[in-house]
Design a protein around this ligand. Structure first.
Ligand code: SF4
Ligand code: SF4
Length: 203
């Protein structure tokens, strides 16, 4: 259900965090004139607590904590429809990603299963250099507790070669692993800086 916006006063710290989100996403929130085109085309809008344009409005008003705790960035499928439709060239999908990373560093996981999926997906890429559907689905079912989820789809996936006894990997797995490790280390450093009160960029 879409919520009513909370317009309480923004703190200086909130304004600083909003500026960091804008920098990380490469956007200027003032470019948004609230036309709603992004929200009208969003395939996940029905699952969101704030519509994409409302998330931007929160940030325009300095309501950082509201935006950080929103479910919307975790429901976002990052399909980029909103970014493609925006007449002002605002990259809404990038804002969603930046907010999600910042929320995770702050210890917030509004959608726990999305976070579980993210971690398994990244681990999968780190290990094989590409996603293996059987590993992804199996580990997600175990960690989320949905043990039988999508099990009936397994035979069809096997027929189409999407799953099978052989795990797929890229030729140069080490190069991919190094790249993933570099990103994970950067995220960890930002999380530690956030805990110690240092300046943190949400990228
Ligand atoms: S489409 Fe662009 S200008 Fe319109 S509400 Fe969304 S972000 Fe703002
Ligand atoms: S990128 Fe996210 S917010 Fe934008 S249209 Fe897709 S699901 Fe909606």
């Amino acid at each position: 259900m879409v919520q009513i916006l909370d317009l309480s006063a923004a703190t200086q710290a909130d304004l600083g965090s909003v500026a960091a989100i804008a920098k990380s996403a490469g956007v200027d929130f003032d470019d948004c004139y609230q036309c709603g085109k992004c929200s009208a085309g969003c395939p996940m809008a029905h699952e969101m607590d704030f519509l994409p344009r409302q998330v931007i409005r929160l940030l325009q008003l300095g309501q950082y904590q509201e935006a950080l705790g929103a479910h919307t960035p975790w429901v976002c499928a990052n399909c980029m429809v909103c970014s493609a439709r925006c007449p002002q060239g605002v990259d809404i999908a990038a804002i969603m990603l930046s907010l999600r990373r910042a929320a995770k560093r702050a210890g917030l996981r509004p959608e726990k299963e999305t976070d579980i999926f993210d971690d398994i997906f990244v681990g999968n890429i780190r290990r094989f250099g590409k996603s293996n559907e059987a590993v992804l689905a199996g580990m997600f079912n175990l960690k989320s507790g949905h043990l039988m989820q999508d099990v009936l789809n397994a035979p069809k996936m096997a027929v189409r070669g999407m799953i099978g006894p052989k795990l797929h990997s890229v030729h140069d797995k080490d190069a991919v692993r190094q790249l993933v490790d570099k990103c994970l280390a950067a995220e960890k450093a930002k999380g530690q800086a956030a805990q110690s009160g240092g300046e943190v960029s949400p990228s």
